[in-house]
Design a protein around this ligand. Sequence first.
Ligand SMILES: [Zn+2]
Length: 461
Amino acid sequence: MPHLFSIFLHLLFFKLVAPVTFRHHRYDELVRMLYKVHNECPYITRVYSIGRSVKGRHLYVLEFSDYPGTHEPLEPEVKYVGNMHGNEVLGRELLLQLSEFLCEEFRNGNQRIVRLVEGTRIHIMPSMNPDGYEVAAAQGQDTFGYLVGRNNANGVDLNRNFPDLNTYIYYNEKNGGPNHHLPLPDNWKSQVEPETQAVIQWIRSFNFVLSANLHGGAVVANYPYDKSFEHRVRGFRRTANTPTPDDKLFQKLAKVYSYAHGWMHQGWNCGDYFPDGITNGASWYSLSKGMQDFNYLHTNCFEITLELSCDKFPRQEELQREWLGNREALIQFLEQVHQGIKGMVLDENYNNVANAVISVSGINHDVTSGDHGDYFRLLLPGTYTVTATAPGFDPETLIVTVGPGEPKLVNFQLKRSILQATPKRKAPNSGHRNKVLPKKVQPQAAGKKELKMKQSQRGPA
Ligand SMILES: [Zn+2]
């Protein structure tokens, strides 16, 4: 009898605290879900829109923070973006589940989640392409229209719609020039879709440090660059491993996800094989104007692309298994923003120095301090020579040893330079480097780690 009673209590408990519904959510239901989570956790969440789709649907973001709406210096900003391809829907549902999970676990006093929310500002956008989703969902999940709903309402693939900054960086790597915050073309707004424009303005206005972009059609964690060094040779797409200067770090970020995921790390999924469940984007298949390369080249944000399901529109009955397979990975990836070094850049009077450039010797990719003078530089454990520079100030160089675990706090206090021959301060995002660059990390020649089984007949993910 006591046994039956405990089963009853157990059922009652789950009924009360786990009202998680594993089903697909159309646009109206998605909006209701976001506000439901906000109403359940009003003190640690905020719902905001970054703009509208072609058909006027909002691109909503749910923010988690102990001070929603505020950037707290030294607390990193991290984001998840789902459903950029309207017919790749698992990410959208996982991000709704994650939102509900973060809220409930915070309320339940789960120390790991409390720590995460109090030390991190998390931005969750379940759908970047709500118009495409509605088309895919209206068609139903059991049909064979593999690409129906992939594009936005103007028929444009949003993951081929960002300004191409790779061409500039590959040139600069050979010939010298800025290695970060590459400028946008003057007429960029007229060249991109409304959804892309909203995302670009979003990622320029927050100092994001880490991000993942959730897709479907394969099961693998894909890291930059997506565009190969020689994208097209004599009309053919050139596929070749094309590492960033932060290649080892990106591989680690991808592996954290794949190994915390239920089966991604096993490598064999959907008829493809990826060692450790990760791949360099360009070594799988080269694509131009993608979002992850743009994040890395135009902002401080390190983004990877997560391919999460063989089936782009999984059946409703599979959603619970998928959530259980991804839950730990989604949390661990957020926790990865807390590694490397971070700190303040101040002047002699303790004023914040925004847009100071933080360079790490041996890694040809700088980051900048944000509006509050704080900076974040993800790094693997090791000893580094780190230099902070800002126009009008003498550079300051420090030797830093980074361990595993918590990021090391490294503050800089810059002195006004006596030589006033420094050039005028340029606008942010103009890639202000006027000193000699350290020896570049040259992209490797095409070849050795290239995967042979690249694109299967299933088409792009
Ligand atoms: Zn996709």
